[in-house]
Design a protein around this ligand. Structure first.
Ligand code: ARG
Length: 575
């Protein structure tokens, strides 16, 4: 479609003085509905430079263009200063459907990122703390943003910046020595670590010396004390094993697991800040004042000389810049950390690093379950793994009811894909910055705007395609031999045009770091495909129409499959 629009822009520009094809291209927009054509050129934006009323511009252009219709266009109409274009059926059949078939699974990819590297810092849970639903956002959004970039030609470095350093390890070591139990930790894992950690706060209320002990332990850790380091390694291993289990189930991979601890012996940034005269003392701590920029100071060193979250992020950013020379480095975290990122990005700028402009915080909203907000400190958390398990078992029950005859193995496999997909889709479809509420009935509704609906439609599409493949050879369908049927019906047109908009939707999602652009497209596509499927017989259609419709199903399968992959959902060949 873009090619068609580019050609038309060139033709229009040749009819107007001092208006470039690019100018016209930027005026092209979709029409509000198909009764007004397939796309439009808003002529009122030309009125000033051409010194003519928009209605006149549109009317004159219509007359000139109608005298010899541009290729691929069947009709042009001027309406209220808009010039509306109707794409011809032949163009849709041969150039849109034909193109998707010939490009196959690569359809929708672009090369915006060729030769560029994107660093994406996401998921990044804290060691020894449960992986709870607050981490769903960063994990699902980060993974999707990464895939959208890969699809656009970027080399992507996914970094899991584990929260594996900091005073909390001092507390954990004190807790372990005081009231921890090795066997229980080995048996129960992170939940037990989190339990003894939470107990630290309770005990510290009546015994404040525990806080001093914790600081001491962390200081020992920062100075490489063997016993402290061994314990820390053990805590980390236990946590990482659990995190990895979840990533594996979700099909999420990272290029690097270098978390906060990776930087503890690379703290030259502190000296650099000192040399550049940016550090100031405040109550014994070292800070970079930021009042000039209307922000609270950025804390660099505590009173006892230990480093902080920001110190490690600053060091990590410099390290990443030197290692990857990224085009951008994204940080996907909840919106609660927005000020924090603005603060230390500013410090990077003050240090004189131009790459400050390449650091991007990508925030997202809060999550609640059935309206109840997440509360970590009180222990009222929903673990991500438990949430997924529940989704899987609920989907398993639905499948049992819908399709009792299916083999138990198939039921398990599908329940897993659809259950995980339902949770991820719900998170992503809200729109990145919006708060997400989690209500089972909505998340799992097979007829709603949900993951199960999308995966179910994909399976239906696959089943039609496999039936078609027996009868209409896929090899026959290519751009060169055209389709013999003359006219397309409304449902066929709508489906083909929507499929043709996929490449642009990918570019939009890329520019906005917004997976919900893709989830919205998926729902549109499923609805349009289901309407087509309901109204247009495929297998029982006459032979020339059958090939075109079969190719529409194949195109839908390719595009929907890609779109599902982009948001991190598994493709379900059958449901
Ligand atoms: N571990 C942090 C948390 O759970 C998120 C880390 C985000 N990445 C970063 N480079 N600060 O809140």
């Amino acid at each position: 479609m873009n090619e068609l629009k580019k050609n038309i822009s060139a033709v229009i520009s040749s009819l107007l003085p001092d208006v470039s094809a690019d100018d016209i291209m930027s005026l092209i927009a979709p029409t509000p509905d198909s009764s007004m054509g397939d796309f439009t050129v808003a002529c009122f934006k030309l009125a000033k430079s051409l010194r003519k009323p928009p209605i006149k511009i549109a009317g004159e252009l219509m007359d000139k263009l109608n005298a010899s219709l541009p290729e691929g266009i069947s009709k042009i109409e001027a309406l209220n200063g808009y010039l509306n274009f109707y794409v011809s059926d032949k163009y849709i059949a041969d150039n849109i459907i034909g193109k998707i078939i010939s490009v196959g699974n690569d359809y929708g990819k672009n090369d915006i990122g060729n030769g560029k590297t994107m660093v994406i810092d996401y998921s990044s849970p804290n060691i020894a703390k449960p992986f709870h639903i607050g981490h769903l956002g960063t994990t699902a959004i980060g993974n999707s943003i990464k895939r959208i970039h890969q699809f656009s030609g970027y080399k992507c470095i996914g970094i899991n910046h584990l929260g594996d350093w900091g005073t909390q390890f001092g507390r954990l070591i004190v807790a372990y020595h005081g009231w921890g139990n090795k066997e229980a930790i080995e048996k129960i894992g992170v939940k037990e670590l989190a339990r003894i950690y939470a107990e630290f706060y309770v005990r510290a209320e009546s015994d404040p010396t525990l806080n001093d002990k914790a600081r001491e332990e962390f200081s020992k850790l920062e100075h490489g004390d063997k016993e402290a380091l061994d314990l820390w390694k053990w805590f980390k291993e236990i946590s990482l094993n659990e995190f990895m289990r979840l990533y594996k189930v979700l099909g999420i991979e990272f290029e690097s697991y270098s978390g906060e601890s990776f930087y503890y012996d690379k703290m030259q940034a502190v000296e650099e800040l000192q040399e550049k005269g940016l550090l100031k003392e405040s109550d014994g701590a070292m800070i970079v004042p930021l009042d000039e920029y209307k922000m609270p100071p950025c804390l660099i060193l505590k009173k006892d000389g230990t480093t902080l979250y920001a110190t490690r992020d600053i060091t990590a950013a410099i390290y990443r810049w030197n290692t990857y020379h990224f085009d951008k480095c994204l940080y996907v975290t909840d919106a609660g950390q927005s000020l924090y990122f603005a603060q230390w990005f500013k410090v990077i700028g003050l240090m004189g690093y131009e790459f400050e402009k390449r650091l991007v915080h990508v925030p997202y909203g809060k999550i609640s379950v059935n309206g109840a907000k997440l509360a970590t400190r009180t222990g009222n958390v929903v673990l991500l793994e438990e949430l997924f398990d529940e989704a899987i078992s609920r989907v398993r029950a639905i499948i049992e009811e819908k399709n009792p005859g299916m083999s138990s193995e198939n039921k398990d496999e599908i329940a897993k894909k659809v259950g995980l997909g339902a949770v991820i889709f719900n998170q992503l479809s809200a729109g990145r910055i919006k708060d997400v509420n989690f209500v089972w009935e909505d998340v799992l509704n097979f007829d709603g705007n949900t993951g199960p609906y999308a995966q179910y439609t994909y399976a239906r599409c696959c089943s039609v395609v496999s039936k078609c493949d027996d009868e209409t050879k896929a090899g026959n369908s290519n751009i060169n031999n055209g389709y013999s049927c003359a006219a397309l019906n409304e449902d066929e047109r709508a489906l083909a045009l929507l499929l043709a908009s996929f490449p642009d939707r990918v570019i939009q999602a890329l520019g906005e770091y917004e997976p919900s652009d893709i989830t919205r497209f998926i729902i549109d596509l499923c609805q349009t495909f289901n309407r087509f499927y309901h109204n247009c017989p495929v297998i029982n259609a006459e032979s020339d129409i059958k090939r075109l419709r079969a190719d529409l199903c194949r195109s839908t399968k390719a595009v929907l499959g890609n779109a599902l992959w982009l948001i991190g959902l598994k493709q379900t060949e059958r449901v």
